[in-house]
Ligand binder design. Sequence first.
Ligand code: Q9C
Ligand code: ZN
Length: 342
Amino acid sequence: MKTIFSPLHAGHSDTLELVAGELVPGFEKPSRAEFIKARVESERLGPILPPEAHDLSAAKRVHAADYIDFLPTVWSAWEAAGHSGPALPFVWPTRGLRGDVRPHATEARLGFYSFDGGAPFVQGTWDAIKSSYDVALTAAALVNNGERAAFALCRPPGHHAGSAFMGGYCYINNAAVAAQWFRDQGAARVSILDVDYHHGNGTQEIFYARGDVQVLNLHCDPLTEYPFFLGHADERGQDAGEGFNHNYPMPAGTTWERWSAALDDACARITDYGPDAVIVSLGVDTFEKDPISEFKLKSSDYPLIGRRIAGLSLPTLFVMEGGYAVEEIGINTVGVLTGFEG
Ligand code: Q9C
Ligand code: ZN
């Protein structure tokens, strides 16, 4: 299959994140994408092509326009305020505070448009976000034009980004953008299968009241794992979306046996739903050696994921999400893709 990749991801670098009271180098770093690209090449998965530039209208189909318009302004406003290190929020309009005021200070605007402090901005962040969005749409177009599958090597990832919030290394929800784009091209129904270790809270929020995009999430139980405040088993969708959201929270320590049973159940639900296309939010932070995760999947399990997804016999778009064991991220990610190709 073809891979879409942009080198502009690399400008989103030297970020910081808060871990246990200390600011440390961000886990979501450029080498992730470079290791994946190198493995695509060494495994001869197929051609690696650059994205085509898109305007932001497809982003505004799933995100609030004011949120999308804010993102390109962050770094220059942060610099103009006299800062040089990564831009991070530290205040949020939580319960009991005013959600209707619009402060002018950049740190406050960052808090208004985020659910955590996990989406830092540096000089190259906007160009990376935009390139990741272009990568997703370009790969989606390949599938829409008849390719059986395509790989959007997106960086930064997207599944924690909601209609008007960033967080968890995510800014634009690339998988959600692609799902809506398929709908706008004439697909009646689309399924999003999120296999990242963390619950795709942004994706769920975007489609929660819709029946035309089915969302299935396999992840670590948010009672004990990030993002905590969404992703529980009783969240089934609302209004027109009732019954079209499915969460599979699993405990820390989960291995292939339990994880694959959830995958089988999710795949059966996709078949029952009968979508025109499936989008896989492909995180490989389920890996046993992932530095921030607690699942125990092995490298030999990843081709089996691809094989099971291929069994759906649907046009399939793979969109890169998480995975932080950089030495093995290429092996595991491309393992899914080669397993899919059989
Ligand atoms: N320092 C994705 O996988 N919390 N995002 C990390 C460990 C944030 C993960 C805590 C995890 C975000 C796309
Ligand atoms: Zn993740």
